[in-house]
Design a binder for this molecule. Structure first.
Ligand SMILES: [Zn+2]
Length: 103
């Protein structure tokens, strides 16, 4: 694998990251992200811009867990969508019946 250039390092470690002026703020964000994405996030002081960023190091089993969680979430979303579509289709049938019997 080719060596990472300084620009690539900057892009990965700084450019794409949210900047936090203090470690405390970064810590809070890292804790929230850990809860949301079920991965372990940690804070580090940036060697480029000297603010604080959060980064994560996904472990193998954590990654699998996360994929399962994601699959579960997308299935729930699809189920919800299907239920909403069914709900939207049902009243139309009822209206048609009412129209036929009324006139
Ligand atoms: Zn930075």
């Amino acid at each position: 694998m080719p060596q990472e250039t300084q620009t690539e390092k900057y892009e990965r470690m700084c450019f794409t990251k949210v900047k936090y002026p203090t470690k405390e703020q970064a810590d809070v964000a890292a804790r929230n992200s850990t809860r949301t994405y079920r991965e372990t996030y940690s804070t580090y002081q940036c060697p480029f811009c000297h603010t604080w960023h959060i980064g994560h190091t996904p472990k193998k089993d954590r990654y699998v867990e996360d994929r399962k969680h994601e699959a579960y979430l997308s299935e729930m979303r699809q189920r919800k969508k299907r239920r909403e579509m069914e709900r939207r289709l049902k009243p139309k049938k009822g209206e048609k019946k009412r129209d036929n019997s009324g006139r």
